[in-house]
Design a binder for this molecule. Structure first.
Ligand code: HEC
Length: 217
């Protein structure tokens, strides 16, 4: 092996090293990750804004008022047969498995005489408004965990509105149902001035009401 051959071999080695060096530098230039200004990981968590955001995020439950405007107490009486297993609807009939529901709209929650309510329901304050009843009938045990009302609930809001209109009719002085002014779609179902639930033909079991003389409120 003469020196010329040795030179060739060394040259080849040197050349390879040069190429490797160039590739290394080029690769670094291409693929270097950006150097973080702050050490550590960035964790993207959306900040929870207070109160209001939560309620807005919920799928807005439709207020029952709009549906009540076109609700049918007659139809509600049919649906309420499911409730009659446990509830009486007429004045003075007293409790069954559940309390008497005569005049329940506007009545103080858990206040029917002679019925032993659960502590869970008694813990609620206020009266049975249309809205509260709507929540209750949707799913009693979701609204009041621990209640003794083992009723699955009515998932149809139309049915709930009808039942509530029926419950409202079980009174000498029914709470006036909301008028159908808000949603234009509902107006066709409800005669002007009265509202189907107020018509004398509706299933008002105690005494038929006069055909709503003072409908303007
Ligand atoms: C399986 C029996 C059962 C059925 C069916 C049932 N309930 Fe009840 N309900 C009860 C019981 C028991 C209570 C008392 C709950 C408590 O004390 O926690 C109650 C309480 C109530 C109350 C509260 C009354 C008050 O005085 O505060 C309302 C309103 C009510 N029920 C409406 C209905 C309606 C409307 C239906 C039908 C859609 C219905 N319930 C079906 C058993 C029943």
């Amino acid at each position: 092996m003469n020196s010329f051959q040795i030179n060739k071999i060394l040259g080849a080695l040197l050349g390879t090293c040069l190429v490797l060096l160039v590739v290394h530098i080029a690769a670094n230039a291409l693929f270097t990750p950006p150097v973080a200004a702050k050490p550590g990981y960035e964790i993207a968590v959306k900040e929870e804004t207070s109160g209001g955001a939560k309620t807005a995020a919920k799928p807005a439950e439709q207020p029952i008022e709009a549906l009540l405007a076109s609700a049918s107490a007659e139809h509600g009486a049919e649906i309420a047969k499911q409730c009659a297993v446990c509830h009486n609807f007429q004045e003075g009939q007293g409790p069954k498995i559940g309390p008497d529901l005569y005049g329940v709209v506007g009545r103080k929650i858990a206040s029917a005489p002679g019925f032993n309510y659960t502590a869970a329901l008694k813990a609620l304050t206020g009266t049975w408004t249309f809205d509260e009843l709507n929540k209750w009938i949707t799913d009693p045990r979701a609204m009041v965990p621990g209640t003794a009302m083992t009723f699955a609930g009515l998932s149809s809001e139309k049915q709930r509105a009808d039942v509530i209109a029926y419950l409202d009719s079980l009174s000498k002085n029914p709470v006036p149902l909301p008028k159908s002014s808000a949603p234009p779609a509902a107006t066709s179902a409800s005669p002007p001035g009265g509202g189907t639930a107020n018509s004398p033909a509706a299933a008002a079991p105690v005494e038929p009401k006069a055909p709503a003389p003072a409908a303007k409120e």
